[in-house]
Design a protein around this ligand. Structure first.
Ligand code: 8YV
Length: 325
């Protein structure tokens, strides 16, 4: 270890490739227990570091950023989402912040389709029927068993047509779905690829036989999918969320899943995760996963590389590619 390596607080245990690269190029203090550090835990360990490599599990609201020791000059988050960091306060303090866009687009789009199909084709009920040993008890195969909803020819509404929304749209088009979308601004025709633009989320909800959520978590999108929003959707629609849990109001979605107003939901993200609203556990039409949208070895390595590329650029004196603050 050379004395002139920058000092880096590695706030999670990242995949081996990422840890090895970090250890090669930085003088690392590692959260080797992979504990869920709070902001206070990070502050307590940051007295002697130049930068922090964090995940989205640790929150950096104004008070945490203000209390970070002055020696911390950069915060690189191993995530595309950055709602856990108060960027305005970071800017005011002169703390450089970066994220990891692009590299997880395809992995999250894949999980979107997995959830869309699992929800609409009743994968949870099917899995439970077979794995419980109960299939013979219901008479085995039947013409009317576990009939789901076909995706072909249906409208998929995409809420948030950024990189991931567009990658999900490309997959859904290949399945014969028609794409509609709402985004803060309309895309150019080459990015739209024939998708129908709606200038309000409400207008999109009205036509969405399937809805896939890909927008950021902001005060404007908080609980956007609530009782009023669901009431606008076609009867028996399917809802997929791979973005952030707080965009959905759980009371409204649970009620709609119970009544059949929403036929099924595929959810990878939750309000208050990892503490998931337990009402989803008993709903056979809720297909739920533990936030694994970007969880492939290739993608997590690429996220680590992207975060370390940003750190390297900063310490070389260059502009980091993914600078947010
Ligand atoms: C990550 C994510 O797994 O990148 C994001 O914003 O939501 C996930 O893909 C997680 O946030 C890692 O910090």
């Amino acid at each position: 270890m050379s004395d002139n390596k920058p000092r880096l607080l590695v706030a999670r245990v990242f995949p081996p490739h990422v840890m090895e690269r970090a250890a090669r190029d930085y003088d690392c203090i590692v959260n080797s227990e992979d504990a869920n550090w709070t902001g206070a835990d990070v502050i307590a360990r940051a007295g002697d570091v130049d930068a922090i490599l964090t995940s989205a599990r640790t929150k950096y609201p104004a008070e945490v950023i203000r209390d970070l020791p002055a020696n911390v000059r950069m915060l690189a988050t191993f995530s595309v989402g950055y709602e856990h960091i108060d960027l305005d306060v970071a800017k005011a303090r002169g703390l450089v912040v970066t994220n990891t866009p692009d590299v997880l687009t395809e992995a999250v789009a894949d999980i979107t389709i997995l959830l869309l199909l699992a929800a609409s084709r009743r994968a949870r009920e099917g899995f439970e029927m077979v794995s419980s040993g109960g299939w013979p008890g219901v008479g085995g195969w039947k013409p009317t068993q576990l009939l789901g909803i076909g995706a072909q020819g249906k409208v998929l509404g995409i809420l948030g047509m950024g990189r991931i929304g567009r990658a999900a749209a490309a997959r859904a088009r290949a399945m014969g779905m028609t794409i509609h979308y709402h985004n803060r601004s309309r895309l150019t025709p080459d990015l739209e690829q024939g998708a129908v633009y709606h200038d309000t989320p409400q207008s999109l909800l009205k036509v969405s036989q399937f809805l896939s959520i890909h927008c950021e978590s902001t005060p404007q999108t908080h609980h956007l999918i609530n009782a009023e929003g669901i009431a606008l959707m076609p009867q028996g629609a399917v809802v997929v969320n791979t973005a952030r849990g707080d965009i959905v109001n759980d009371d409204a979605l649970v009620e709609a899943l119970k009544s059949g107003r929403i036929a099924a939901a595929g959810l990878d993200v939750f309000n208050g995760e990892p503490n998931v609203d337990p009402r989803y556990f008993d709903l056979p039409n809720a297909f739920i996963l533990p936030h694994i949208g970007s969880a492939t070895m290739e993608t997590r390595n690429a996220m680590g590389d992207r975060a370390l590329d940003n750190l390297d650029a900063f310490f070389r004196g260059d502009a980091p590619l993914d600078r947010l603050a």
